[in-house]
Design a protein around this ligand. Structure first.
Ligand code: SF4
Ligand code: SF4
Length: 389
């Protein structure tokens, strides 16, 4: 049976499981893997089981948004829309002005044929995109958006060090929730547990996404991780361990699963929901936490570069975000899958800045990571040669 958790200061309880659709893993997926009627059925089944929140992703990233979003609009027809709260997204990196924010909001309301959204998530916020949002008068834009009745609440999707949250919350105090990537690997990473502590202090709900790194944790599982799973009792598959690790964090209000990679068919929904059903926080013992740590260390050992994300190598005189590029390369190594790294590299526009080979970053990195070389390798490997997403 579905359980519900407190949702920050709002007078509403969110289902422990929520849904995410039209995400980047759908953009990079093999089109032959996609089966619209099955995904539609899976969404409806999840809603019938009590899921009451769905994040609608960003259809405008797709080459053909109408076709990509068809399974979602069909799933929400027939009265299902009324059973869930809806979140739409504004990608912060592409917003240069309040007009851009309005454009993204209106486009998505039109796309999904909605008069209003329950939530609008400002997506991809980090220290850089936040500076841009702040300088365009973000708080005044939110007031206007809410006063027009097009959106009820604003959520923050954040990926950076937790301490940058302070200025974000000082500038706009009414964030309805904080959305963060929080897999078993992200214990201390951008913002990791620090983000949960911050949210608790401000009584903000937390929606955790990418619990299985959009499925990448589950596909090319390294031999070392298989060994840890084989030797850990009670026997649990990796996807269940990922779910249990996230559920054991009381600050999390809901775990948002991807319809593309986790809940694509009704049988998968049933399987994942059984992990939620069987979870009891009192069962999570020291051995289970230790196993999670061993899995994390085994994945981390697969990274090409042992970067701590300290950012001592910054700033680059040209504006290149070398630590982020290292993170993309490391993700590619850990999961033996370059598709999302490539997509994010181009989406975040790293390919548009040329390295002038000054070598400053190399000199500043205490771990002697060869950033100058890495930046060039990443450009060769990931840059979309046509220059567009
Ligand atoms: S200084 Fe080195 S370890 Fe720190 S973020 Fe930069 S590359 Fe990573
Ligand atoms: S070598 Fe390239 S990436 Fe490193 S600081 Fe100089 S311009 Fe920036």
């Amino acid at each position: 049976m579905m359980r519900y958790r407190k949702f920050g200061k709002l007078d509403w309880m969110i289902s422990e499981v929520s849904l995410g659709v039209l995400r980047q893993e759908e953009i990079v997926a093999d089109p032959f893997e996609i089966n619209d009627p099955e995904r539609t059925e899976a969404i409806r089944y999840a809603i019938e089981q009590g899921v009451n929140y769905i994040n609608l992703g960003y259809p405008l990233f797709f080459d053909d948004p109408e076709e990509a979003g068809l399974y979602v609009t069909e799933a929400l027809d027939g009265g299902y829309r009324k059973k869930v709260k809806i979140a739409i997204n504004i990608p912060s990196r592409s917003a240069l002005s309040q007009q851009d924010l309005c454009y993204a909001l209106n486009k998505q309301l039109d796309f999904f044929n909605l008069d209003k959204a329950d939530f609008c998530v400002v997506d991809g916020v980090d220290r850089t995109s936040w500076d841009a949002l702040k300088s365009m008068g973000f708080a005044s834009w939110v007031s206007k958006a809410i006063s027009t009745g097009k959106v009820d609440h604003i959520g923050l999707a954040f990926h950076d060090d937790a301490h940058y949250l302070q200025d974000i919350y000082n500038t706009y105090t009414e964030w309805a929730f904080l959305q963060i990537e929080l897999s078993i690997l992200d214990h201390t990473h951008h913002p990791g547990i620090g983000g949960l502590k911050f949210a608790k202090e401000y009584d903000t709900a937390v929606i955790a996404t990418d619990i299985t790194k959009a499925g990448r944790l589950l596909y090319n599982v390294p031999e070392e991780v298989r060994g840890i799973l084989d030797n850990s009792l009670p026997k649990r598959v990796l996807e269940e361990r990922c779910i249990r690790w996230a559920l054991s964090l009381e600050e999390i209000s809901s775990i948002q699963l991807s319809v593309q990679t986790e809940l694509c068919i009704v049988d998968r929904v049933k399987r994942y929901f059984s992990y939620f059903d069987q979870f009891d926080p009192d069962d999570v013992d020291i051995w289970e936490k230790l196993t999670a740590e061993q899995i994390r260390e085994a994945y981390y050992a697969k990274r090409d570069y042992q970067c701590t994300a300290c950012r001592c190598c910054m700033p680059c005189p040209c504006g290149i975000d070398a630590p982020r590029i290292v993170e993309l390369i490391n993700d590619d190594c850990m999961f033996a899958d370059s598709r999302i790294a490539k997509f994010q590299y181009n989406l975040e526009n790293h390919q548009s800045i040329e390295c002038v080979q000054c070598g400053i970053c190399n000199k500043l990195c205490p771990k002697r990571i060869p950033l100058q070389e890495i930046v060039n390798i990443a450009n060769e490997k990931y840059a979309n040669k046509k220059g567009a997403i």
